[in-house]
Design a protein around this ligand. Sequence first.
Ligand SMILES: N[C@@H](CCC(=O)N[C@@H](CS)C(=O)NCC(=O)O)C(=O)O
Length: 219
Amino acid sequence: MIRLHHVPQSRSMRVLWLLNELGVPYEVQVWPFDKTLRSDDYRSRNPAGRVPALEIDGTCWWESGAITELLCERFPEAGMGRAPGHPDRAQWLIWVHFAETISQHVAALTQQHIMLRADAMRSATVMQLEAKRLEKCFAAIDGRLSGRDLLLDGGFSAADISVGQAVYMARHFARIEPFPALQGWYERITARPGFALACPNEAQARIYTQAFYAPWEGT
Ligand SMILES: N[C@@H](CCC(=O)N[C@@H](CS)C(=O)NCC(=O)O)C(=O)O
């Protein structure tokens, strides 16, 4: 039995997308994006009180990068991983983990724009800086994709899923249109059924209720 502990639109979405691409049976337990994740019940799955957590083979894995590596090793037939010795191995690891570099900026921006309710708690400087740093991440992805359809030369992989899902979150705070190679790749990979199945359905609460959050200018 595989059970994903999931908050729609969060980092657990990249594990959900990967599970869809792996084609393995799984269950999803959806959690609210609030202090419930700090409960003893939830922290028995992930002691840091974060999503994702993945119950599998009688144990529970957490940290999306580790879960991605472990799932790709556990189900190699789907071709989402690149094993040691594979010519794409280094690039696969680099891009799978670059997703977290992007996500850290998204987390800061999500906190600034959405989680902090009082304007006095927000910082225009942090918002502007973090949005600019996302653009630098987009430039790195765009550079890698110029002359390439996908992040790796050998075809679609968990690297595209991890970075693609990080870009899905980041697009709420920085525009991808100035990065044509990134934009074309993002449109291609998000046309996959596995991505659509990982998106929130109509009934699910969303973290992002706006398509775009412009940096706050301050008062
Ligand atoms: N590096 C961790 C980060 C996990 C993480 O921070 N997840 C966020 C959602 S995207 C979360 O659960 N936040 C809840 C909180 O900070 O209280 C991973 O990749 O799994």
